[in-house]
Design a protein around this ligand. Structure first.
Ligand SMILES: Nc1nc2c(ncn2[C@@H]2O[C@H](COP(=O)(O)OP(=O)(O)OP(=O)(O)O)[C@@H](O)[C@H]2O)c(=O)[nH]1
Ligand SMILES: [Mg+2]
Length: 217
């Protein structure tokens, strides 16, 4: 019997994944998303527009596009936002064009957005969105992480805790839930989800051509 010889084949073209990450404040979403961006060359973060003021260390077009309320309303009216919502006292929204370009080019986009944004994206792009909810091990643990992080006053922490309970009530609207007990494990789980979703048949738009070629010999 002869050993089959496999010729190297060109990568099979795929459509990008819209990877939504939501969580209550302090559950570890930022650490997880940073680790993914560092290790996944084909993944970029969607930069949202917001009407809130920049914080120290935040840069225009890197962390957010900082815009006025009328500017965000005008973008929404012109259909330039894939979704938008009011979170705390401000508007937040996702610019459409960079997402559409990336998906077509086979690159993935990650979204750090709340449950309202996830709901709208899922309704508008059900085949593209893969959503993950990051849960803290417990509310007590969440509060202690917020206190340890030392970024917020007691009043702000109380507000974030109240909002956390509301945010967590939407866990059932997500495709996956990751309980962030160990950051390392959570990062590995989110990567496993992304890697498997990239391989879904429906996303591999080059598969039909590959099979046709393979059958042609
Ligand atoms: N719907 C929607 N939500 C967004 C968007 N951008 C950011 N958010 C959410 O708005 C909330 C507040 O974000 P920030 O103002 O950056 O504050 P933060 O300190 O990062 O808040 P946490 O991430 O909740 O700790 C977070 O839950 C974000 O996930 C967006 O474009 N659309
Ligand atoms: Mg955040």
């Amino acid at each position: 019997m002869t050993t089959p010889v496999f010729q190297p084949v060109a990568p099979i073209a795929r459509r990008g994944v819209m990877l939504v990450l939501s969580s209550p404040s302090g559950a570890g979403k930022s650490s997880i998303s940073r680790a993914l961006l560092d290790s996944e060359a084909e993944l970029a973060l969607s930069v949202s527009v917001t009407t809130r003021d920049p914080r120290p260390g935040e840069d225009e077009a890197i962390h957010y596009f900082f815009r006025s309320v009328p500017e965000v309303e005008a973008m929404a009216e012109k259909g330039e936002l894939l979704e938008w919502a009011k979170v705390f006292e401000n508007y937040y929204g996702t610019p459409r064009q960079p997402v559409e370009q990336a998906l077509q080019a086979g690159r993935d986009v990650m979204f750090d957005i709340d449950w309202q944004g996830n709901r709208q994206l899922k309704a508008n792009a059900p085949d593209d969105v893969v959503s993950i909810f990051i849960l803290p091990p417990s509310l007590a643990e969440l509060e202690s992480r917020l206190v340890k992080r030392g970024q917020d006053s007691a009043e702000v922490i109380a507000k974030r805790m109240a909002k956390a309970v509301d945010e967590i009530s939407h866990w059932g609207e997500y495709d996956y839930c990751v309980v962030n007990i160990s950051l390392e494990d959570s990062i590995a789980q989110v990567k496993a989800i992304l890697h498997a979703e990239r391989l879904k048949r429906e996303r591999r738009i080059g598969m039909a051509a590959f099979v046709a070629d393979a059958l042609a010999g």
